[in-house]
Ligand binder design. Structure first.
Ligand SMILES: NC(=O)c1ccc[n+]([C@@H]2O[C@H](COP(=O)([O-])OP(=O)(O)OC[C@H]3O[C@@H](n4cnc5c(N)ncnc54)[C@H](O)[C@@H]3O)[C@@H](O)[C@H]2O)c1
Length: 383
């Protein structure tokens, strides 16, 4: 079988997302399983080239995983014409800068969300990519979570009838870093470094609402810094000025309402770290990261409010779980494979930098709503 190698410059790959999700669970998993089989039977083998600031971290990561190339010279690596793709997972405030450099060097771009910290930069990199005629894509991993794929299947089958409302509950307790190490990097809690849960999570909710529920018309949001003091990776105490919770309501284009609570200051007593409940005239469903439960109109109980008596209805029991009838791959890997096909086989890839800019737009409007304490309309971003 023919074999083709594809060089991918990976920036920010020593970080949480870059290392685990993109390098290990996506590209190295594809490489170690013998490559991605293209339409003509060719095996496409990804060859990551690691770039960044810290030669010690880069060399040890490369050595550990049998990667031959790494460099601290990003500009020099970008000049290498044998490497067609640039991937970026640096902290958000640096994304636009690196993506601009890579577009100027003629690379195809694939990057983490948010694509920028503000709409101006997000649209600017989209326009530059379009003008350069390169291929571009943005990580929208939640769309490939098994739970959301099952939910999408129910939506497409017409199970819900008319969708009335969507409730997203996302979050978990992120330790402050004093008694226990924080599970998230400290830049997440600093505005100047691109932190804040509105920018982090509303960029996800935008593509989930666009892709599954037909788009967002308006947003009302309240972002809050609940925990004002945290401790950094170096054990230093700092003041958090970026919101660690966001309570956002969205008007959907088809008249439905969505409400998402996103919080790093909440404890979990629900089916999963993210649950999305959809209620429709004919049925309802609740999706977690992997599982999904539904209840049809026929199975809907008739509850009676009476706190004076113990409840006899088993509310949790009246739901049917969607079957695991396919093998689900890691969500990041699933999207990577589609992007690699897009670059090598010209297959469609709608999740581009314009879609990424829509996420940044929703986050920016949610900040506006928080500051001005009002609903804000979402306008169309030009093609
Ligand atoms: N898709 C998702 O579900 C998801 C989840 C978490 C984070 N993210 C996004 O991924 C990105 C990275 O987040 P993370 O949690 O991995 O952060 P992280 O802090 O763990 O990693 C950041 C990376 O950026 C690099 N970096 C920082 N400053 C740099 C500089 N000046 N020059 C070069 N490299 C620099 C770091 O060395 C590290 O490799 C963020 O944009 C974040 O919003 C996406």
């Amino acid at each position: 079988m023919a074999e083709k190698r594809i060089g991918i410059i990976m920036n920010g790959v020593t970080g949480r997302m870059g290392a685990k999700q993109h390098l290990l669970r996506s590209l190295l998993a594809v490489r170690d399983e013998g490559g991605l089989i293209l339409g003509d039977g060719t095996r496409l083998i990804p060859e990551p080239v690691l770039v960044g600031r810290d030669s010690k971290k880069l060399s040890s990561l490369a050595k550990k995983h049998g990667i031959t190339r790494w460099s601290t010279d990003i500009e020099g690596t970008l000049r290498d014409n044998t490497l067609p793709i640039f991937f970026d997972a640096v902290s958000t405030n640096l994304r636009a800068k690196f993506v601009r450099q890579a577009i100027a060097a003629g690379k195809h771009i694939y990057c983490e969300k948010p694509t920028a910290t503000n709409l101006f930069d997000a649209i600017d990199i989209y326009r530059r990519a379009k003008a350069a005629g390169i291929k571009h894509g943005v990580v929208q991993d939640k769309l490939w979570l098994p739970g959301l794929l099952k939910l999408k299947h129910l939506l497409e089958s017409g199970f819900f009838g008319r969708v009335l409302s969507v409730r997203g509950e996302f979050g978990y307790w992120v330790f402050e870093g004093s008694d226990k190490p924080a599970q998230r990097p400290s830049w997440n809690y600093r505005q100047s470094q691109g932190g804040g849960i509105i920018l982090d999570m509303l960029t996800h909710w935008r593509y989930v609402l666009d892709d599954l529920f037909g788009g967002v018309k308006a947003v009302s949001c309240r972002g809050v810094v609940h925990i004002k003091e945290r401790w950094s990776e170096d054990g230093e105490r700092y003041q958090s000025d970026a919101e660690d919770a966001a309570y956002a309501t969205f008007e959907l284009c088809d008249g439905g309402i969505a409400h998402f609570n996103s919080s790093w200051a909440v404890r979990v007593r629900r089916d999963d770290l993210l649950t999305i409940q959809v209620d429709g005239t004919e049925g309802s469903a609740v999706a977690g990261l992997r599982r999904c439960w539904s209840q049809s109109r026929n199975d809907t109980p008739t509850p009676v409010w009476n706190p004076d008596l113990p409840q006899t209805l088993d509310y949790m029991g009246g739901w049917e779980e969607s079957l695991d009838n396919v093998v689900y791959t890691n969500a990041f890997r699933a999207q990577w494979e589609l992007f690699l096909r897009h670059v090598t086989e010209e297959t469609p890839f709608p999740w581009n930098l314009r879609e990424g800019a829509k996420g940044v737009q929703l986050a920016e409007l949610a900040y506006e709503s928080t500051l001005e304490r009002r609903w804000v309309d979402v306008s169309e971003i030009e093609e």
